[in-house]
Write a protein that binds this ligand. Structure first.
Ligand code: PBG
Length: 329
């Protein structure tokens, strides 16, 4: 066996999998402020102003990364229990999408569809009258409006990350009726109720609940249980039947079995989201000298690809692509 491992040349020749910059989407955080802002729990990641985002897109495209997924940090005064700012055509995300599509039209924009950046309680939807849970159908109606606003702004794909039932079919129908049949849907199909979203909630400021009878922020009544494998496949099959264009598994590295299951059962391209906590644990361990950041980064991305992901959303997209090009030159 060792003859095929003897040199860099032969190892490269027999590599069964490779992660290309073209396979990556960079999630980006946005600020209303007049300067970029560091995010303490995500070393190397900043919230960007809209002009800085446009510059970032030019740099990404030059490196071969062709997709971004913007997330806004909404100032507290614009948050409401029903997240109405999500349907404002002049919200930060819509302004950012318009600026990117005007300056760098080749960049694919995946607009996140969920209410959590806009709600006072941090949930992905609106609460029921008793304030005890997220109301599925009332939330779906708001997601539909949000998807239309993002499509109007120029999003190439809308990406519902809320985990409400039936939202893919409703959003598809509304996009088609609204003249946006060319806008695709990347469905967050198997999104688990994960502790690895912690740093993201700092980045967008959605960490706290405490409205109505809802205390603490648990999303377990809509996000999948980490115990369940068959249920994840059912979610992906439903989204395929509802006409999603791509399905997603999230997080990535702790859920490689799910990525493989979905790859084998669904015909659509499969995306995996290497989430904030996956990024931050590599960065933190590297800062402590416990891990080699680049090697751990490359190995984790390769593992996600090998499990069956066609597309990976990762905060490492830009640095990975830069190092990838350096190695190839
Ligand atoms: C919520 C959303 C979350 C992430 C993306 N969209 C967090 C949550 O469900 O609270 C997490 C992404 C990450 O951790 O990088 N709509």
């Amino acid at each position: 066996m060792r003859r095929l491992r003897a040199s860099e040349s032969v190892r490269a020749m027999v590599a069964e999998n490779v992660v290309l910059p073209e396979n990556l989407i960079l999630p980006v955080f946005l600020t209303e402020g007049d300067g970029n802002e560091p995010i303490a729990s995500m070393p190397g990641v900043e919230r960007l102003t809209v002009p800085a985002l446009v510059e970032k897109c030019r740099a990404l495209l030059a490196l071969g990364v062709r997709g971004i997924a913007p997330f806004p940090k909404t100032p507290p005064e614009k948050k409401t229990p029903d997240g109405e700012e999500s349907a404002n055509p002049d919200c930060l995300v819509c302004r950012a999408i318009r600026a990117v599509k005007a300056a760098v039209p080749e960049m694919l924009v995946f607009a996140d569809i969920a209410l959590d950046p806009y709600t006072t309680h941090g949930h992905d939807g609106v609460l029921n009258a008793a304030g005890t849970d997220v109301d599925n159908d009332a939330t779906v109606e708001r997601l539909v409006r949000m998807a239309l606003r993002n499509a109007e702004a120029g999003a190439d794909f809308v990406a519902p990350s809320d985990m409400m039932d039936g939202r893919i079919a409703r959003i598809r129908a509304a996009l088609d009726a609204g003249g946006f049949s060319r806008v695709g849907i990347l469905a967050y199909s198997a999104k688990f109720a994960s502790a690895f979203y912690g740093p993201f909630r700092e980045a967008v400021g959605s960490r706290k609940s405490g409205v109505g009878n809802v205390t603490g922020l648990t999303k377990k009544t809509y996000q999948l249980s980490p115990a369940n494998r068959r249920e994840a496949v059912r979610e992906a099959l439903l989204d395929e039947a509802e006409c999603a264009d791509m399905v997603m598994v999230k997080p990535a590295l702790p859920y490689l079995d799910i990525i493989r299951d979905v790859r084998e059962r669904v015909g659509l391209p499969v995306a995996a989201y290497q989430v904030s906590g996956e990024y931050s644990q590599i960065k933190a361990a590297a800062q402590l000298g416990y891990l080699d950041c680049e090697a751990a980064r490359d190995e984790s991305l390769l593992a996600v690809r090998r499990a069956g992901a066609d597309i990976i959303l990762t905060y490492f997209a830009e640095e990975y692509a830069r190092d990838f090009r350096k190695k190839r030159l």
